[in-house]
Design a protein around this ligand. Structure first.
Ligand code: DNO
Length: 398
């Protein structure tokens, strides 16, 4: 598989040479400075490519876009969308013209990945991302005060949420809001409580089916262009894979992936197989999903989570946690072999170690939450070990 590494651009405190030292060659990045819904022009794309290629000794190249974001109005199906679709398609063409043909995106309404704790202490001194169901409930029910929110949580979770909220200081509440908003990268103003309420209000009439239809419409609008230019679109699953804050989420499990891949049936219409996002859902058997949707996987995020009965979860070591990573890797290597044997060019699937713990000298570096250097380097090294061993034992190409 092609080893890649997410890099947030020149502001990322983890520099390009760290990617080379970690052993990856593909860079996963986005033009985060460009607001959602605006054009990625060739000049801006080339500028970023030049930065990545500036030190030729690193031998890095921009291999995957993560993400080409979808404007909220497309998710809402609000108003005349022709201009937004035109712009999205033009950004795709521009990327293809520059040779970048794998595009990751998501269809999560309002927020992206969501955690309640960005710095949960680990034994021995590292830190990890966590999702505490009671804190999320406290946010939803008592800070946001969303009507009817209580019905989404068990009595036990609500009781714990109440205790948390009553004890929380103003700073605790601000930290919780900031943690929940931390998943939105890029040129985006983080929501505060009033603006979040307004945004949720815009979604009040959007049912699961309506949101699905809006995604289907998006696919019908962009997949033909992807086909024409040899682009692989790769939708990222919801994280966590469940409805949140009353918002429907439609990329959370097997039925959703089946809907997406069948609604516009095309090789260009694929998925980002994120073991961490899918793995946080008790409904998901991650290796079974990998097997079922293998043919649609264009990009892979490998990480692991340990789930708890109340819906909370913790980001675990890449080979720890609930997902059998060895099985997933084996399935992906088999899929690659199938593609190679079928004579496909570009049969190697790009993957990246997703999220890492903050370890050792990562502390105090102010890297993006989940995107520390050493934590990810450890994850990548472990996964590379599994891949090498599996490939050798099973006679599969890496
Ligand atoms: C989290 C990431 C996501 C992902 C987007 C893709 O760390 O995996 O933020 O980039 O959801 O659109």
């Amino acid at each position: 598989m092609q080893e890649t590494w997410r890099w947030f651009g020149p502001d990322d405190v983890v520099p390009l040479h760290a990617i080379r030292q970690a052993g990856a060659s593909g860079v996963v990045t986005a033009l985060h400075q460009i607001p959602y819904g605006s054009l990625w022009d060739v000049e801006a794309i080339e500028q970023r490519m030049a930065v990545i290629a500036a030190d030729a000794s690193l031998a890095l190249h921009w291999s995957v876009v993560e993400s080409l974001p979808i404007h909220e109005r497309i998710k809402l199906g609000e108003g005349d969308l022709s201009g937004l679709f035109d712009t999205y398609r033009q950004s795709m063409r521009n990327l293809a013209a520059c040779g970048i043909k794998t595009i990751c995106y998501n269809f999560m309404p309002v927020v992206d990945w969501t955690r309640t704790e960005l710095y949960h202490p680990l034994p021995g001194g590292g830190r990890a991302l966590r999702f505490n169901m009671h804190e999320f409930a406290a946010f939803d029910c008592f800070m946001l005060g969303r009507a009817g929110a209580e019905t989404d949580y068990s009595n036990e979770v609500l009781a714990k949420a109440r205790v948390w909220f009553d004890r929380a200081s103003e700073t605790d509440r601000e930290t919780l809001l900031a943690s929940i908003m931390a998943g939105l990268p890029g040129a985006f103003d983080r929501y505060d409580i009033p603006s979040l309420r307004l945004m949720l209000d815009r979604y009040k009439d959007i049912s699961r089916d309506a949101l699905r239809e809006n995604l289907a419409r998006f696919l019908r609008e962009v997949i033909p262009v992807a086909e024409e230019f040899g682009i692989h679109m790769a939708i990222h699953p919801d994280d966590p894979p469940r409805d949140i804050m009353g918002l429907p989420r439609i990329v959370s499990g097997a039925d959703d992936l089946a809907f997406i891949t069948s609604t516009v049936s095309s090789e260009a219409n694929g998925i980002t197989f994120c073991t961490g996002s899918l793995g946080a859902g008790p409904q998901n058997d991650v290796p079974a999903l990998a097997r079922r949707f293998a043919g649609h996987i264009h990009f892979v995020h490998l990480r692991n989570v340990a789930k708890e009965p109340d819906g909370s979860f913790m980001e675990a070591d890449h080979l720890g946690g609930d997902t059998d990573m060895v099985s997933v890797v084996e399935i992906l290597l088999e899929e690659q072999k199938r593609r190679r044997d079928a004579g496909k060019t570009g049969w190697r699937i790009p993957f990246r170690p997703d999220h890492g713990h903050e370890l050792l000298d990562d502390a105090g570096k102010r890297s993006f939450p989940g995107y520390s250097a050493i934590g990810r380097l450890k994850g990548l090294a472990e996964i590379r070990g599994v891949m090498t061993a599996t490939a050798q034992l099973r006679g599969l190409p890496t």
